[in-house]
Design a protein around this ligand. Structure first.
Ligand SMILES: *Cc1c(COP(=O)(O)O)cnc(C)c1O
Length: 709
């Protein structure tokens, strides 16, 4: 197997390793490396949306040569490389310390989407961002992990919103040569391909590699000459196409994914499936073992003991179901390869609805260990799938939970990091999951924290205005749209952020329930309030698109415009600016449908308090002082909205505007600090340590694992 990092011919010798750095996404969560790329060319850095590969390609040789003469910049360069080398070849890691005799142990992490960086748009929402954060944290902790997913040549769509609030999906072909993905070749120079049967076709997939720190992530793509035209389109879009497309993608992800592992010489001790999309991986593991001569029973118990399945949503649409006839059409006679009858095979995924095959049920059946992603979601999930274990009581349903967390070094604003290093400790990254060290946040002087937050808010607002202006200049949008896109936002007003996929259960429009009351709150001349929205609706989700339209129309309406704004094309970069730049993070899902809601955790790490209904992570994150919980026992949206308005009007707004003689809102800053102080348990570091210690358990031998399950 061969991978080659392209050379940048104009790179001066002194900058020789910049390309290597650009092709390992480690840079994206190392503060010094981020500064290095930014300082090389601030304008291009902004224009390329923080894409070092594109930036290096666009820079002129003269400018690069001139930069290589700057002493300070070169000192930074040397420092970053020293850190990089140390990171990539560490003396020891948390994993090697904790599990000293487990160097052969290996994890394969499957997911249909990965949100590692905005220059690689192969994610749609929380699941993908979580997968990206998991790769980064696994890298930091030294967990021997390899990740498997897709390269979607068209990525996920970019969003424009028309004057009437209609979402327009813009599909842009991904230029692989502008992103940190590298094609894999055989030693003889041929592309490395895996092949599998889908229906009557032989399908081939090319493999790309993304290096996420120490974790290699392999992405499959079918748009290659070796495939028929219809197959070439198979991996084009994330969550695009119809049921047939979806099923074929899932065969590719599961069965193809295992073949990728084998082609690269991996034999993972455990496969961690994220969502049911990859459940066919279990069938491929079964087939391998049966081909080796094992009985079905033996193979089945071994496979089960080597699979962990995490379910990420209680929303029905999140669980793929295919008709038996589709399954038969695309996996013809697969049961023969497992030594099963057709009925036995289909029963592995049979859903309560006769004639349908559920990927989630298949994943539950094939995995000895399963979990949900917050305590509350655990309860909901056990109730939801209780019927699969009819002889067990609800409490005994074998679905555990591990609460999600976010990769703090990626999500905490660059501008905040020096203060965190100074007060929380230079070793905060290593110990970020310790609640104790975060107590030191209380020592950050109020005026310092407030000044940094105000700077971040201004950065968010200039980012928003710059985008609105660009749309005005380049696309000649109407003036009302410039307002809707945030052209008039006020840096001194209390600013609320609401950003998430426009799935209806997230109830984006809840805050618009009583427009008169909302208007009074927003337009209070002494204590103005504004709300910034962002989020995409899935192109096939008509009700979701309608919600988005209502929000957008409110943003451009004469009565609320200027106080409400919508940022187009929500992605990782927009999320980063928002979670550190707003004053309050709002979340109003319909309980218990929010499995976790990691964006609120990102806000908390930045000292942005949450204002949320009690669901997902917030049901365990709220401690009475670190934000506000909206009462949502009622099914009546109006009652929930009333409680939201009450909280804003009587508590949140007055607290924000209560200033001391120096203009510092002391009591508000106390809530900000409390938000940060209580965020430690919601770090990806805590989450992954929990996965390793409670579920991956590298010390166990295969025999022990099989016996246990
Ligand atoms: C964190 C994140 C999400 C998930 O956040 P939720 O709170 O689950 O909505 C979705 N999209 C982006 C771009 C994110 O950064």
């Amino acid at each position: 197997m061969k991978v080659e990092i392209p050379t940048f011919p104009y790179l001066p010798k002194r900058f020789g390793r910049l390309g290597e750095l650009a092709y390992n996404l480690w840079w994206s969560w190392n503060a010094e490396a981020r500064s290095l790329f930014r300082e090389i060319d601030r304008t291009l850095w902004r224009r390329t949306h923080h894409n070092p590969i594109q930036m290096l390609k666009l820079m002129s040789p003269e400018v690069l040569a001139e930069r290589a003469e700057q002493t300070q910049l070169m000192e930074l360069y040397d420092l970053v490389l020293a850190q990089f080398d140390q990171y990539m070849a560490p003396q020891e890691t948390w994993f090697s310390r904790t599990y000293p005799d487990c160097s052969d142990w290996q994890l394969a992490y499957f997911c249909a989407e990965f949100g590692v960086h905005s220059s690689l748009p192969i994610y749609s929402g929380g699941l993908g961002l979580l997968a990206g954060d998991t790769c980064k944290e696994a890298s930091d902790l030294g967990i021997p992990m390899v990740a498997i997913g897709f390269l979607y040549p068209q990525g996920y769509f970019h969003q424009h919103v028309g004057v009437d609030g209609q979402q327009e999906a813009v599909n842009e072909r991904l230029n692989a040569f502008d992103t940190p993905v590298l094609p894999l070749y055989h030693e003889n120079g041929e592309r490395l391909l895996v092949s599998m049967q889908i229906g009557t076709q032989e399908v081939k997939a090319a493999i790309w590699k993304v290096q996420v720190g120490r974790v290699p992530t392999y992405l499959m793509e079918t748009d290659i000459l070796e495939n028929e035209p219809a197959i070439r389109n198979l991996s084009a879009q994330l969550y695009g196409g119809d049921q047939r497309m979806r099923l074929q993608q899932e065969i590719l992800l599961g069965i193809g994914g295992v073949r990728v592992l084998r082609a690269l010489g991996y034999s993972p001790s455990l496969a961690h499936l994220n969502e049911g999309h990859a459940a066919f991986a279990g069938l491929e593991f079964l087939r391998e073992k049966i081909q080796q001569g094992k009985s079905f029973e033996q193979a089945f118990s071994e496979v089960r003991s080597q699979m962990l399945f995490t379910t990420h949503t209680p929303v029905n649409a999140g669980h793929d179901v295919f008709s038996f006839s589709l399954i038969e059409e695309y996996l013809p006679g697969f049961w023969n390869r497992l030594g099963l009858s057709r009925e036995e095979f289909l029963n592995l995924g049979a859903s309560p609805e006769p004639g349908f095959f559920s990927m989630t049920i298949l994943a539950f059946r094939l995995s000895a260990q399963t979990n949900a992603v917050s305590r509350r979601h655990g309860e909901t999930t056990r109730t939801m799938w209780h019927f699969l274990w009819p002889h067990k009581s609800l409490d005994e349903v074998p679905i555990d939970s591990v609460t999600n967390g976010v990769h703090a070094p990626s999500w905490i604003a660059l501008e905040l990091l020096p203060e965190i290093a100074r007060y929380v400790g230079a070793d905060w990254v290593e110990n970020q999951d310790s609640t104790e060290i975060w107590n030191r946040v209380l020592e950050i002087p109020d005026d310092v924290l407030w000044a940094i937050h105000f700077l971040l808010k201004n950065k968010l607002l200039s980012f928003v205005r710059e985008r609105a202006r660009r749309r005005w200049v380049e696309d000649r949008i109407a003036a009302s749209q410039v307002v809707a896109l945030g052209g008039l936002l006020n840096p001194h007003a209390l600013t609320i952020g609401f950003a998430r996929r426009f799935a209806t259960y997230k109830r984006a429009t809840l805050v618009l329930q009583d427009r008169e009351r909302l208007k009074r709150i927003l337009q209070n001349p002494w204590m103005p309030v504004q709300i910034i929205f962002a989020g995409k609706a899935h192109p096939a989700d008509e009700p979701g698109k309608l919600y988005l339209q209502q929000i957008y129309q409110a943003c451009s309406s004469p009565e609320l415009g200027g106080h409400l704004a919508f940022i187009e094309d929500y992605d990782k970069q927009v999320a980063y600016r928002m979670v550190c730049g707003v004053d309050v993070w709002l979340n109003t899902p319909r309980p218990p449908l929010e499995a976790s809601g990691t964006s609120g955790q990102k806000a908390a790490f930045n000292g942005v308090p949450n204002l949320s209904v009690s669901d997902g992570w917030w049901a365990e994150g709220y401690n009475g002082n670190n934000g506000w919980t909206i009462e949502s026992d009622s099914d009546d949206d109006r009652a929930v909205a009333e409680n939201l308005y009450d909280l804003l009007e009587y508590e949140i707004v007055p607290l924000f505007y209560k200033r001391d003689a120096g203009g510092i809102p002391r009591d508000w800053v106390r809530v900000m600090k409390e938000a940060m102080r209580s965020a430690a348990p919601f770090s990806a570091r805590r989450m992954l340590k929990e996965y390793v210690d409670r579920f991956y358990r590298p010390k166990r031998t295969l025999e022990e694992v099989v016996q246990e399950s």
